[in-house]
Design a protein around this ligand. Structure first.
Ligand SMILES: [Zn+2]
Length: 177
């Protein structure tokens, strides 16, 4: 397989960085992204890292990501994010969990997305399912089938306790291979 992988947003601490909670989206999504790339390369898949670390603002980050993605002929684009707004910093014993976005039910990425949800669910996270969204810039503008993975919530104590970047990355790779 030929796959584009990127971590969403600028790096932590910069303008247009990701969500900040008990953990930091831009830090963790880069760890997951690097591990996904390492695992795919071990399988001899062709992988391109389309992460952008120098966007001038959020629009610029997205535009540059899509430019990198579309420079390669691939079977799948994977965008790695973490969710926020669970507002459960104390932990209520339940994860808020994982969800994966694709452009529409007709996207060739949709079956991959469903499998990503199930594999992350098998780690113990709540499966919030596959969501369809025609407004997300990366999903709308990439040439290859694309999915945007919201691994888990940065502001849910239960998600953060369960989360490890190695297991998250391994689940994603199991799902797409
Ligand atoms: Zn994000």
């Amino acid at each position: 397989m030929r796959i584009n992988v990127h971590a969403g947003h600028n790096p932590a601490g910069m303008t247009a960085c990701g969500a900040v909670g008990l953990i930091n989206e831009s830090t963790e999504n880069r760890k997951v992204k690097n591990e996904v790339i390492r695992l795919l390369k071990m399988r001899n898949d062709t992988v391109y890292d389309c992460t952008v670390d120098n966007g001038k603002n959020q629009t610029d980050v997205l535009r540059k990501i899509v430019e990198k993605c579309n420079a390669h002929e691939v079977d799948l684009d994977i965008s790695i994010h973490f969710n926020s707004a669970a507002n459960d910093s104390n932990g209520d014993g339940k994860t808020t969990g994982t969800e994966v976005y694709v452009y529409s039910a007709a996207s060739s990425a949709a079956p991959f997305a469903a499998r990503v949800c199930r594999e992350i669910e098998s780690l113990g996270f709540k499966n919030r399912g596959v969501k369809y969204n025609r407004g997300l810039y990366v999903l709308k503008n990439t040439k290859a089938p694309a999915m945007l993975i919201e691994c888990c919530f940065v502001d849910d104590r239960d998600d953060v306790k369960l989360y490890s970047y190695e297991k998250m990355a391994a689940a994603i790779v199991r799902a797409i291979t």
